[in-house]
Design a protein around this ligand. Structure first.
Ligand SMILES: NC(=O)C1=CN([C@@H]2O[C@H](COP(=O)(O)OP(=O)(O)OC[C@H]3O[C@@H](n4cnc5c(N)ncnc54)[C@H](O)[C@@H]3O)[C@@H](O)[C@H]2O)C=CC1
Ligand SMILES: O=C(O)CCC(=O)C(=O)O
Length: 447
């Protein structure tokens, strides 16, 4: 089996050698899906995974805009339309200076499996730009978003490709993008998700990724007769996903000790409560400041510069910032400190070596494509509401989100349970996600 996996990975490396994040995402899937393909005749010998690692379409384009001092800036825009076997391309847009083909292809590839797991009819895509929103005025953000959409609009549509937010793209950016799309197409459609409530957005979409990550962790903990109440929780990030993962953890009675950004982490030994979280939301969403600003108000807390929070003793870890933020050494420290559950809010936050450490120790570990799927699932619910020209209540959407997370958990168990009862959520998520897409691809022929 090792030979088959290596042969496949070498082939993918030959074609995508300078794309480390993409190769990492493919390796993690190949390790679990290829053994399944080999055992199932309907998939074997059809190069099905090789077809899935090749984007159906990858678009790059120039984005020119004028900054506040009148200087013309040039950025690069992307949209990777990875797989449309089970529905139109769906996935977020990332605005961050590190954005490149490798990062967007890894995200688009993960998105294919994740969207399949939600059980909703959505293919996978991802896009973005190397534009850095940090320190930009609202006017600059608007001009950039308008310029970005002035090209992207011809490649997307409510039945073709439906972008949404990701790092650096929240409600403000989705608003500017939607405004330009509507002007160019003269159509009011659900072409983007994460929209504002008064113009087609869904209740609970802002909360959905963070809440879903916690709902998934709850399902995992239940299998051991455990829950969030009274547990020590360590969270990384302080953006959209982190904020609502913290909110839900607090609601369930946990004690949240940390949050972070790219400059370091804050540790509040007394716990981040609802009032403190509201303050962090103000710092991050309104003032667009640094996480260390927390210490100006909460002087008991400490700020650890340039480090990630995995050294803090906890029961549950929720990585909610970015890819590869949790290394093999971090994983070992978490285990040594007694951590029993890791539920990923971010996409691929654990290195492949860290994942192997968690699997070897047989703790409850959920890969992002399963545990953070609540965000895109609720985007799917937003699309449904747009099509119905109807809005569900907060309670209705939250209930559907919970059901979807529970179904994803069931799918992971179906395909990931070992004979001794241990659930390998990586194997479960990869195979469950693969089967639905592969079946659709086989039914549609070689296209
Ligand atoms: N927004 C969504 O609905 C979904 C987001 N995700 C993933 O969740 C993660 C966070 O995304 P959002 O919260 O939406 O973005 P955001 O832009 O709201 O927040 C990003 C967070 O990551 C931190 N961050 C960025 N680069 C970092 C670095 N190098 N080191 C440490 N922290 C860093 C930022 O300080 C911030 O706290 C990403 O991996 C994203 O792909 C996954 C599923 C859905
Ligand atoms: O809601 C969406 O379509 C995008 C969510 C996303 O980008 C993700 O799941 O990583």
């Amino acid at each position: 089996m090792k030979n088959i996996i290596n042969e496949f990975l070498n082939l993918v490396k030959e074609r995508n050698g300078d794309e480390p994040e993409f190769l990492q995402a493919v390796e993690e899937v190949a390790e679990t899906v290829l053994p399944y393909i080999v055992k199932h005749e309907i998939y074997y010998g059809k190069n099905i995974l090789l077809r899935m690692v090749e984007p159906e379409r990858a678009i790059t384009f120039r984005v020119c805009w004028v900054d506040d001092s009148g200087v013309i800036q040039v950025n690069r825009g992307y949209r990777i339309q990875m797989n449309s076997a089970i529905g139109p391309y769906k996935g977020g847009l990332r605005f961050h200076p590190t954005v490149n083909m490798s990062i967007l292809k890894f995200l688009a590839f993960e998105q294919v499996f994740k969207n399949s797991l939600t059980t909703l009819p959505m293919g996978g895509g991802k896009g973005g730009s190397d534009f850095d929103p940090k320190g930009k005025s609202d006017g600059e953000i608007m001009r950039f978003c308008h310029s970005f959409m002035s090209e992207l609009f011809r490649h997307i549509g409510p039945n073709t490709d439906i972008p949404a937010g990701d790092i650096g793209v929240g409600a403000r950016e989705v608003g500017f993008l939607f405004g330009m799309y509507k002007k160019l197409k003269n159509e009011f459609t659900g072409v983007l998700t994460g929209k504002g409530l008064s113009w087609g957005g869904s209740l609970i979409r802002p909360e959905a990724t963070g809440y879903g990550t916690v709902y998934f962790a709850q399902k995992m903990l239940e299998t051991k007769g455990e829950g969030f109440n009274g547990k020590q929780v360590v969270v990384s990030g302080s953006g959209n996903v982190a904020q609502y993962a913290v909110e839900k953890s607090i609601q369930l009675g946990a004690n949240v000790l940390t949050m972070s950004d790219s400059s370091g982490y804050i540790y509040d030994s007394e716990g981040i409560n609802t009032e403190k979280l509201a303050h962090i939301m103000q710092i991050k969403n309104v003032k667009r400041g640094r996480i260390s600003d927390y210490l100006e108000t909460y002087k008991n807390a400490i700020f650890v510069k340039g480090k990630t929070p995995w050294e803090v003793k906890c029961d549950i870890a929720l990585p909610c910032a970015t890819q590869n933020e949790l290394t093999e050494i971090d994983a070992e420290i978490l285990l040594k400190n007694g951590c029993i559950c890791v539920s990923e809010g971010a996409n691929m936050p654990s290195t492949i070596q860290a994942v192997h450490v968690f699997q070897k120790a047989r703790i409850l570990y959920a890969p992002g494509k399963a545990s953070n799927a609540g965000g895109v699932a609720t985007s799917g619910l937003e699309m449904t509401q747009n099509s119905l020209r109807f809005n569900w209540t907060r309670e209705e959407v939250d209930l559907k989100l919970k059901e979807i997370m529970s179904n994803i958990h069931d799918s992971c168990i179906k395909y990931g349970k070992d004979e001794d009862g241990y659930v390998d959520y990586v194997r479960g998520a990869n195979i469950a996600g693969f089967v639905k897409v592969a079946d659709a691809m086989l039914a549609q022929g070689i296209v």
